[in-house]
Write a protein that binds this ligand. Structure first.
Ligand code: GLN
Length: 540
């Protein structure tokens, strides 16, 4: 019998529900259980693919091409739960399914209502993950208890224990215990109120995970237990981690959360094995080097807009004994100030993916600086396309070279729309998406990094390297070292004469884990470290 864990959040958003859910997933896997992770998002977009990163942070792409919430990135970094389209549902998606059914006549004769039709659809999306080879499904509910949009989801998960048995379900509620400086006190009232709201809906949480800036202490957790009607040992404090998000599961394990979950669900599980995770913490705590990487983007001030890029850089740092200092650079700043000023002292430059014209010229300047000053460069998606534009303008001498995304009338459209995209008019879920095979040139930097000549990577784009210019690029020193198996789409370009200049059309950041850093990130950070060390030995 598959067990269900529901993770809800209260008091405020951005409490780290995704991290907590992923950490629970990791702890259960490390006790030998087979876990599936899922996120339910109450907003009305069918998926987050049409949202600006300013709204919702990064859009996380899965192998099957679904565009999902960034919390699924945490799930993939922490667990081995296979994710697919079934792993992320929004209100928009649930409603479109209900409305399609209504049009097909599946509810013929009936009035279609939130309860039971919408709630049944939500329940089904959760119960579909319960399979004979799955021990535990962890379903995280986006938003905060009390949000209007979230009500049908809460109602649906309230009903699930009636269908599968209360003993097979566990409700974990995450809240905040704020510290009031003026009163010099930690406050438990917001937690009490948010649990009260849950109980009004009919959900009695079994476990409370309470986030706090500083240790909460037994008096407070006992008080929370009493007022929220949960066992004392089921109030688990989760104090902010300064070192790394990868400490979160260790903190929860130290507070015996895994044992509590296993006991309350009545699951037989093996002993917890977190040795490698703890060992990783040791490495994170004592890095031998510091490497500065400039990330030149346009959603820089949003902390989660390039979430997977920052995480992947960290992973690569863990495996190069380095702490990565990320210098977040607004591409537009490079248009008003010179790259010498903005990029002084960095050991590597990365331009991530993006859409739209803003900041493009700044990215081109950053790439020119990396190429000419032999600073390791890693371009991802738009960062590959802008590298091609830069090379065309400044090496091939095509002054007006551009991507047709930004200039329709250039004589040198070195990046152009994918053939398959030309007839598409709808915006949602219509890009070239998901995992695609790529064949690498043996001996290329990319092939060396991967230790393989063929790889699968995830995509999300409408534009591509224009093959009409390929030969001119190759002759001038920008090699196409990775292509689709039929050779038509260029997926990787490199400058062999540069210490490390690799740019890829795909998104390697979606396949990096703390224990298994992505090979390209690892090689990029290695090159940046080499440059750092070389510079340290130069006479001043
Ligand atoms: N805007 C570019 C395209 O659609 C790049 C996309 C991206 O960086 N994800 O091809």
């Amino acid at each position: 019998m598959t067990k269900h864990i529901f993770v809800t959040g209260g008091v405020v958003s951005s409490l780290g529900k995704g991290l907590t859910s992923a950490s629970i997933g990791l702890l259960l896997e490390r006790r030998g259980l087979r876990v599936r992770m899922q996120k339910l998002d109450p907003y009305l977009n069918v998926d987050p693919g049409t949202m600006s990163p300013f709204q919702h942070g990064e859009v996380y792409v899965l192998d099957d091409g679904s565009e999902t919430d960034l919390d699924l990135g945490h799930y993939e970094r922490f667990t081995s739960s296979p994710l697919s389209r079934e792993s992320n549902y929004t209100t928009g998606r649930i409603y479109s399914s209900v409305i399609q059914k209504e049009r097909r006549g599946e509810y013929l004769g009936g009035t279609v209502q939130v309860v039971p039709h919408v709630t049944d659809e939500i329940k089904q999306s959760v119960l579909n993950l319960a399979k004979p080879d799955v021990d535990v499904v962890i379903t995280e509910l986006g938003g905060t208890v009390g949000d209007i949009e979230g009500l049908p989801f809460l109602e649906a998960i309230r009903q699930i224990p009636l269908d599968v048995g209360r003993e097979n379900c566990l409700f974990v509620h995450l809240t905040l215990v704020p510290y009031l400086k003026a009163a010099r006190e930690l406050k438990t009232k917001p937690t009490q109120h948010s649990v009260q709201q849950l109980r009004e809906i009919g959900i009695q949480p079994d476990i409370l995970v309470v986030r706090a800036e500083r240790p909460i202490g037994r008096d407070n957790t006992d008080k929370i237990a009493l007022f929220c009607n949960v066992e004392k040992r089921a109030v688990i404090e989760e104090v902010d981690k300064e070192l790394s998000i990868y400490e979160v599961p260790i903190g929860l394990a130290d507070n015996k959360l895994d044992q509590l979950v296993v006991e309350k669900l009545g699951i037989e599980a093996g002993p917890l094995d977190l040795d490698d995770w703890r060992e990783l913490m040791g490495r994170i705590r004592h890095p031998e080097h510091e490497v500065t990487i400039a990330v030149v983007g346009k959603y820089i001030e949003h902390k989660d807009a390039y979430k997977s890029i920052y995480e992947s850089l960290d992973h690569a740092g863990f495996h190069n004994s380095s702490r990565i200092l990320v210098k977040r650079i607004e591409a537009e700043d490079l248009e008003s100030q010179g790259p010498e000023q903005v990029l002084a002292g960095v050991d590597g430059i990365l331009v991530p993916g993006g859409f739209g014209h803003r900041g493009i010229e700044g990215k081109v300047r950053a790439i020119q600086f990396a190429r000419e000053c032999e600073i390791p460069y890693f371009g991802i998606c738009l960062g590959m396309q802008t590298a091609v534009v830069e090379f065309a303008r400044n090496v091939l001498g095509f002054d007006d070279a551009n991507s047709t995304e930004f200039s329709g009338d250039t004589n040198h459209p070195v990046i152009c729309m994918l053939e398959e995209q030309k007839e598409i008019t709808e915006k949602g879920g219509t890009m070239r998406l998901g995992s695609q095979p790529c064949v690498l040139e043996p001996e290329s930097r990319a092939a060396q990094a991967y230790g393989a000549d063929s790889v699968d990577e995830r995509h999300r784009h409408r534009y591509e390297f224009n093959p009409a210019f390929r030969q001119q690029f190759e002759e001038a020193g920008l090699a196409a070292t990775g292509t689709s198996p039929d050779g038509t789409l260029v997926e990787v370009v490199e400058i062999p004469a540069h210490p490390w200049f690799v740019a890829v059309q795909f998104h390697p950041e979606f396949k990096s884990q703390p224990m298994y850093p992505h090979p390209l990130f690892r090689a990029f950070v290695e090159a940046a470290l080499a440059r750092h060390q070389q510079r340290a030995h130069l006479p001043v």
